[in-house]
Design a protein around this ligand. Structure first.
Ligand code: AMP
Length: 233
């Protein structure tokens, strides 16, 4: 996926919320119906770690400890990814920005692409439930479909509903201690973004403690309402 484009991005949505809030699940559900691409810096960083790139080597131990990877690395990865041709219809940013520095850098990157953030959806959750939510989750190692021990079991245990593979994986940083650190990092460094985007009048808060389909229905409604200001949606 090295094809580059300098075209502007017609739709830029940001999903903001702590780990376990369901941002990735919702982004994947919306990708197809709205022709958008989910862009998760967590996924991009895990790919860099797996590929053993310089950025991946620097990020590995930071990610395993539950802290945030340096803004410079994240911004560089994001800047590159946004110019790839599959983003042409628009993107859902999942897990980025996570600091004010990243938010300001993103504003500049988008401005240079003649683009801007259309909406920031803030996933409001009960923090105490996040450890249970995260500790129970796993994904299909082949197609990436997400599952959960309690909330979303595959029809046949250990077999992916979507592609039939039997290679389920749990993330190394989805253990209670690291999750606690990730939640602390969220409160210290990411939560201030709520005020940042409120100030810019792009913030929409949703109750993300509901069932997966109820949450996606309300996000779809928000996006349909946005079509007046974003005709491409
Ligand atoms: P996630 O998949 O979004 O839960 O991210 C997993 C880990 O990747 C985080 O705990 C961070 O160490 C790192 N990470 C992902 N996105 C960012 C970001 N925007 N800024 C800093 N670190 C990030």
């Amino acid at each position: 996926m090295n094809e580059k484009t300098t075209t502007s991005l017609p739709v830029v949505l940001v999903f903001l919320g702590p780990p376990g809030a369901g941002k990735g699940t919702q982004a994947r559900l919306l990708e197809e119906s709205f022709n958008l691409v989910q862009l998760s810096t967590g996924d991009l960083l895990r790919a860099a770690v797996a590929a053993g790139t310089k950025a991946g080597k620097q990020a590995k131990s930071v990610m395993e400890s539950g802290n945030l990877v340096s803004d410079d690395i994240v911004i560089e990865i994001l800047r590159y990814r946004l110019t790839e041709s599959d983003c042409i219809e628009g993107v859902i940013l999942d897990g980025v920005p996570r600091t004010i520095v990243q938010a300001k850098a993103l504003d500049t990157v988008l401005k240079n692409m003649d683009s801007q953030i259309n909406a920031v959806i803030s996933f409001e959750v009960d923090d105490n439930k996040m450890i249970e939510r995260i500790s129970g989750r796993y994904t299909c190692g082949k197609c990436g479909e997400g599952y959960h021990d309690i909330y979303k079991k595959p029809q046949k245990e250990g077999v992916c509903d979507k592609c039939g593979a039997t290679d389920m994986k749990r993330r190394i940083d989805d253990n209670p201690d690291t999750v606690k650190q990730r939640l602390d990092a969220y409160h210290a460094q990411t939560k201030p973004l709520i005020a940042y985007y409120k100030e810019k009048s792009v913030l929409i808060e949703i109750d993300a403690m509901r069932k997966i389909d109820e949450i996606s229905n309300s996000i779809e409604l928000i996006l349909h309402n946005l079509t007046k200001s974003i005709p491409q949606l």
